[in-house]
Design a binder for this molecule. Structure first.
Ligand code: 0O2
Length: 243
């Protein structure tokens, strides 16, 4: 059931909105932590470096509604602002981003509203990240409501760039001089290059470890075969002595 706040009293309905979206944050963060723990258990490796979760401030919600030409009402907040609940997932490598997104999307209680792949199609600014808007069911005392959550998944390097770019651009309120915009795009390219090199190093190391494991296993098998043939020779000698 779509979440429709009770709007008879503005203060109460804002509290209800906060309660529902806070619960949605908890649900999504728990799901992500479970996936990370399971990954550690199965593959001895954590794809998630860290998770940040936040409720959008009322001021930012009103600003967004105004930007899109909507009146500042509680109904409009819930209907038109998709990131009241926002989760940012910081992964080690680009490949982890898609792995985490797929594992989350495949959970039966999660409904995907939209997917924006700014890794495959970066923004003009150079911004890279993988965005999902999903709904998650919240079990209240008398009903179940679906709450929207925006999930941004990116690497440490992408997050580093986005955080600093946000700070720099904020100071210019979107009207930064052209050479600064250009340099930020160049920095984004350096960040992408760094991500690609780190991913390739990680793959090389994993292949090396795999090769060494295979070598150790086959050396173990040869040793076992040799000691089995030693037993055969001993048995032959015993038989000869008996004769
Ligand atoms: P804040 O303050 O981070 O919350 P929307 O406006 O969300 O309805 P839009 O713009 O199509 O629709 O959504 P999009 O493109 O998926 O962007 C949503 C969020 O991504 C933004 O939220 C930013 O957090 C981040 N983002 C998008 N583009 C950029 C960028 O060029 N640089 C940086 N640093 N972050 C970006 P908000 O609400 O705009 O801002």
């Amino acid at each position: 059931m779509e979440f429709v706040p009770d709007t008879r009293n503005d203060i109460d309905s804002w509290k209800e909105v906060q309660l529902v979206y806070n619960s949605a944050l908890k649900e999504i963060v728990t799901k992500l932590e479970i996936l990370n723990d399971e990954f550690q258990h199965v593959h001895q490796y954590n794809p998630i470096e860290h998770i940040k979760a936040r409720l959008k401030s009322p001021e930012s919600i009103v600003k967004k509604l105004k930007k899109h030409g909507y009146e500042s009402t509680i109904q409009n907040m819930v209907k038109y602002v998709n990131d009241i609940a926002g989760v940012r997932v910081i992964c080690s490598f680009t490949s982890d981003i898609y792995r985490i997104a797929e594992m989350l999307i495949n959970q039966s209680d999660i409904k995907v509203c939209s997917v924006k792949d700014y890794i495959l199609n970066p923004k003009e600014s150079g911004y890279k990240s993988y965005h999902l808007i999903v709904t998650v069911p919240i079990f209240l005392s008398d009903r179940i409501v679906d709450a929207k959550v925006e999930i941004q998944i990116r690497t440490v390097a992408m997050d580093f760039w986005a955080s600093l770019e946000h700070k720099i651009y904020y100071k210019f309120e979107g009207n930064a001089p052209e050479h600064i915009t250009k340099e930020l795009v160049e920095c984004a390219m350096m960040v992408s290059d760094l991500d690609a090199r780190m991913l390739s190093l990680n793959e090389e190391v994993r292949n090396l470890i795999e090769c060494r494991r295979n070598e150790t296993e086959s050396a173990g098998a040869v040793k076992k075969t040799v000691s089995e043939s030693d037993v055969d020779v001993m048995e032959d000698l015993d038989e000869e002595n008996d004769a």
